[in-house]
Design a binder for this molecule. Structure first.
Ligand code: IMP
Ligand code: MG
Length: 208
């Protein structure tokens, strides 16, 4: 370190990233355990059946990749064999008006015909429920055989419309989380764990 500069290390459970201090909430290991358990549940329900996973971009990209790999790997501990699935994606954005009505806009549609197919929507986090409710309504019109939802995280305290996912990774408190696909202003998506931004990093190089 250059003379005339001091650094202070973050405390345990806190990590620096991109000039910010992040408090870890869900470790990489826990995310792996969660994803494996979800793959076990999905296999139990869809074994031997056709299944299309639809990831909701951008946030679900990392989680969908992990989940698809878990399904493809199988789980020797419980004798779950590898399960083939197809993948597709759609991209939406939502914004809140002053009346707190959510409007969802679709930017990219799936390229797969879903009529008579088993569809599993894969999302990073379920918050108010408006986004997934809107997407489900859109896709139902295309007459899939089944349409279910898998979320990595759920913040039920924030729900404004009733929606209960068939597969839930972890229920979390009402905190804004980042990492594992989740962003704040498009930042932090590639953090391999889930955390909460505490504030600017204290260990930036400080001139003295
Ligand atoms: P909702 O369920 O329609 O309110 O919206 C869910 C979407 O809001 C998610 O797909 C995320 O993009 C975003 N979102 C909600 N809570 C968080 C959070 O804690 N961190 C990052 N994005 C979030
Ligand atoms: Mg999202």
């Amino acid at each position: 370190m250059a003379a005339g500069h001091v650094e202070t290390a973050p405390s345990m459970g806190q990590v620096e990233f991109n000039g910010y201090l992040i408090e870890q909430m869900i470790s990489e290991h826990e995310l792996h355990v969660i994803t494996q358990r979800l793959a076990d549940e999905i296999y139990r329900d869809f074994k031997g059946k056709d299944l299309l996973l639809i990831g909701i971009l951008k946030g679900a990209n990392l989680f969908l990749g992990d989940l698809a790999r878990e399904l493809g790997r199988g789980n020797a501990e419980i004798g779950r064999p590898p399960m083939p699935v197809e993948l597709d994606f759609l991209q939406v954005s939502s914004y809140e008006q002053e009346t707190s009505t959510h409007n969802v806009r679709k930017h990219i549609d799936i390229s797969t015909e879903i009529k008579d197919r088993n569809v599993l929507l894969v999302e990073d986090i379920l918050d108010t429920g408006h986004t997934l409710t809107w997407i489900k309504e859109q896709l139902k019109d295309r007459e899939p055989k089944s349409l279910s939802v898998c979320v990595m995280l759920d913040k039920p305290e924030r729900r404004e419309v009733f929606l209960k996912p068939e597969y839930t990774g972890k229920i979390i408190p009402n905190k804004f989380v980042i990492g594992s696909g989740l962003d704040f202003n498009q930042q932090f998506r590639n953090l391999p764990y889930v955390g909460v931004v505490i504030g600017p990093s204290q260990s930036r190089t400080v001139a003295v």
